[in-house]
Design a binder for this molecule. Structure first.
Ligand SMILES: [Zn+2]
Length: 282
């Protein structure tokens, strides 16, 4: 649910503002965090009074009871002394405490509203539903909800080794990571894992265990992490997607993703599983 606020409610010095301008977020000059501000400080919002929404708190994130306002300036660029913009990605990386739960969520809602102004069924204008995060068409009744696209991400191990691949997008950084891919319609998470691994590197896996999940707001993925054991086959890289894939000894790893990403955490956990196994002699 996103609620429009009255002027009196907006005059709140401690409120946190997430103001989207194209794909970037408005911040104070020389700062890389979201501004705490009173609406009167932001003259560029004067024409957007009706477009200010409050971001509903996540139920389990009750420790953050701060009011968060979200405004979408669309294609408008802010040219106001003291204010500038930061890319969504840079802001997420600099504010990991609230990155996914607040900034990423606000972006997913904003992206949803930008792309659902008209009904997908009959083409009429949609209206925001006030009591849940959805838009509704009053012509035909069709209701749309923000899209979440599940994506599996999997670390594969075999004795002392972990299978890592370098995607074509990481050609320049030379970074090797876990395999990942979108779940297709009608597929379970485990089926998607078997299929993606086979498509990308041509090997079979077994004993697929759930690890953790992470929302990834570019623009609306949910990464679901698994750890799997190798079950046979020779590595064969998928053309156009995978530049190289190899078995790496855990004591001789290439450049891997940082631990803040689920890929980095998956690799860390897999390494500790391998170490536990080898120390117990099994
Ligand atoms: Zn409709």
């Amino acid at each position: 649910m996103m609620i429009r606020k009255t002027r009196a409610q907006l005059e709140n010095n401690s409120a946190l503002w997430i103001i989207f301008s194209k794909g970037s977020v408005v911040v104070r000059e020389n700062e890389s965090s979201l501004p705490h501000a009173d609406v009167s400080e932001m003259a560029f919002l004067s024409e957007y009074q009706d477009d200010i929404h409050e971001l509903p708190p996540l139920s389990e994130a009750a420790e953050n009871d701060e009011t968060v306002f979200v405004v979408d300036l669309g294609g408008e660029v802010v040219e106001s002394v003291g204010w500038t913009t930061l890319s969504l990605r840079a802001l997420l990386m600099a504010n990991q405490d609230i990155g996914f739960s607040i900034i990423g969520r606000a972006w997913q809602y904003t992206h949803f509203l930008r792309t659902h102004r008209f009904c997908g069924q009959c083409g009429a204008k949609t209206e925001l539903v006030t009591w849940e995060m959805a838009v509704q068409c009053h012509q035909c009744g069709h209701r749309s909800y923000p899209r979440v696209s599940p994506c599996i991400i999997v670390a594969i191990h075999d004795n002392q080794r972990i299978l890592l691949a370098k995607g074509t997008r990481h050609r320049e950084t030379n970074m090797y990571s876990t395999l990942a891919g979108f779940v297709e319609s009608g597929e379970s998470l485990v089926q998607a894992t078997h299929r993606e691994v086979m498509e990308e590197v041509g090997v079979k896996v077994k004993n697929i265990q759930y690890f953790d999940s992470q929302p990834w707001p570019f623009p609306h993925s949910l990464m679901v992490g698994f750890i799997a054991e190798y079950d046979g086959g020779e590595i064969q890289c998928q053309e156009n997607e995978i530049d190289d894939a190899q078995w790496f000894d855990i004591d001789d790893l290439p450049i891997i993703p940082p631990k803040l990403s689920i890929a980095g955490l998956l690799i860390e956990r897999t390494i500790s599983i391998i170490r536990e196994k080898s120390s117990s002699g099994s």
